[in-house]
Design a protein around this ligand. Structure first.
Ligand SMILES: Cc1cc2nc3c(=O)[nH]c(=O)nc-3n(C[C@H](O)[C@H](O)[C@H](O)COP(=O)(O)OP(=O)(O)OC[C@H]3O[C@@H](n4cnc5c(N)ncnc54)[C@H](O)[C@@H]3O)c2cc1C
Length: 444
């Protein structure tokens, strides 16, 4: 008899996981709280587009979906910084040919669900909200659209129900479960720069735009229809806080003063500002991620992170790949599958969570700073001159499959190396292999 797997949450990681598990021959039931996204456009002013990079693409390539998703994506090869005066500074993310990709969350989720639906061994239930998990009986309880309760028995339960997961809530009630939840003092609101009259992009299309302003910032990612989704990140309270922007006049004045080049392109600014929600950003860390061989948490349910490295989904997709590799190695020993999965992923999820918070300060504050740009310049030269020896933290995180922990540690070593070059006033000696040979030990 095929083993039954219940997946709670049909978002990005849940729908991907369903396909991976169906490919292994399991009987998969996927339960999603929201209505069928193929029939309903669901957009509540929350991250309409996402940056998809190497880890996410690797996960999609294993189910043959990478090319199709990339066909509709917009590559962003670098950051475009906008000063208050409207001056533009461009900084490539990596080497020639390397780019992160702006993709539509809705379309990606829909594609995954469509593919999942093609598998005879996957059953998808929408409008099915998990309200209880009883691990003594291997049962999940769902509240269905008509208000009825559905009890579902399965061999394994996997919680991919996002940052506020009901499945994790069940584990929190158990013994020896570590849990922390930290809200960033900064929230976010989505706004829009529409396409021009001929559906053209009104700013550079191939870049992620940033208006860094210290304690707050705005970013914009391009969409295939020619528009940009802008996200304003700022504290909830304080002089430069959402709470202070409580009238149309204040919003217009704030944007005119701080983002004058953008505001000229935002005809629906005040309407969007007061219609779209202000949402919070949370980092969730917990452990263990599994309960015996019965329940495992994956994606944001196990590790919600703030979005500043553009890695939450990429990391969640990598969870699925690693989990699948553990199934390949250790099935039918599920205790081993679950345990190896959490041991492999937890340090990496912690690392990317810390990198993501660190990147907020980099994006909001440092990217416009001369010293920072000088360091980035040196880093760029090192990457170009010594591609085998020097890999930036960004490259390791975004354009490689090296572990996030390695990227975090290597980033610290890179920083020490660059500081040393600056302290030696040796920027012009970077090309001198003999000089560099005296420094490489700093990266060991
Ligand atoms: C503003 C913002 C920008 C972001 N930008 C990026 C980016 O550029 N790149 C990137 O890689 N990541 C980004 N992320 C992170 C990314 O959105 C998440 O990491 C990713 O969505 C995690 O996928 P998931 O499937 O684990 O969770 P989710 O996508 O949240 O999916 C969880 C699913 O579970 C369902 N669900 C919840 N509760 C229940 C229940 N009780 N019963 C049944 N179903 C339930 C939900 O309806 C949802 O469909 C961003 C996040 C935010 C907030």
């Amino acid at each position: 008899m095929q083993e039954k797997i219940t997946i709670v949450g049909g978002g990005l990681s849940g729908s991907l996981l369903a396909i991976y598990m169906a490919k292994r021959g399991f009987e998969v039931s996927l339960f999603e709280r929201r209505p069928d996204m193929r029939k309903n456009k669901i957009y509540a002013g929350k991250s309409i587009n996402l940056a998809l990079s190497t880890r996410g693409l690797n996960a999609l390539s294993k189910i043959g979906l990478d090319t199709e998703i990339l066909n509709d994506a917009i590559p962003m090869a670098g950051r475009m910084m906008h000063s208050v005066k409207g001056d533009l500074t461009y900084q490539p993310y990596g080497k020639e040919g390397q780019a992160i990709n702006s993709v539509s969350r809705g379309r990606l989720n829909t594609k995954l669900v469509e593919l999942a639906d093609e598998y005879p061994n996957i059953t998808i239930y929408f409008n099915a909200k998990c309200v209880d998990v009883d691990l003594t009986k291997n049962l999940c309880v769902f509240e269905m659209e008509d208000g009825s309760k559905k009890e579902v028995w399965s061999d394994r339960i996997i919680g991919t129900d996002g940052a506020f997961a009901a499945t994790r809530g069940k584990m929190q009630m158990g013994d020896r479960f570590n849990y922390s939840q930290n809200y960033l003092h900064v929230g976010y609101k989505e706004l829009v720069i529409p396409a021009g009259p001929n559906a053209e992009f009104l700013m550079e299309k191939g870049a992620l735009h940033i208006w860094p302003r210290g304690s707050y910032m705005m970013i914009a990612l391009p969409n295939p229809a020619g528009d940009f989704t802008c996200t304003l990140f700022m504290p909830f309270e304080g002089e430069y806080g959402f709470a202070n922007l409580d009238t149309k006049e204040k919003v217009v004045e704030f944007f005119n003063t701080n983002f004058p080049d953008a505001v000229a392109l935002m005809p629906t600014l005040t309407e969007d500002f007061f219609t779209n929600p202000t949402s919070s950003l949370v980092t969730v860390k917990c452990y263990p991620w599994v309960k015996e061989d019965k329940l495992a948490l994956m994606g944001d349910a196990a590790h919600a992170i703030v979005p500043f490295y553009g890695q939450g989904m990429n990391c969640s997709f990598e969870d699925v790949v690693v989990f699948d590799e553990c199934v390949e190695k250790y099935f039918p020993n599920w205790t081993k599958v679950f345990d190896e999965y959490q041991k492999l992923r937890k340090p990496n999820a912690d690392a990317i969570a810390d990198l993501a918070v660190q990147n907020y300060y980099e994006m909001a504050d440092k990217v416009g700073d001369k010293e920072f740009l000088h360091k980035k310049h040196i880093e760029h030269d090192l990457s170009d001159l010594y591609p085998e020896k020097y890999k930036s933290q960004y490259e390791l995180t975004t354009f490689s499959l090296s572990s996030y922990s390695y990227a975090l540690n290597q980033g610290k070593k890179n920083e020490a190396l660059i500081d040393r070059i600056i302290a030696d006033k040796a920027e012009d000696k970077i090309k001198d292999a003999a000089y560099m040979d005296t420094l490489w030990h700093l990266l060991a």
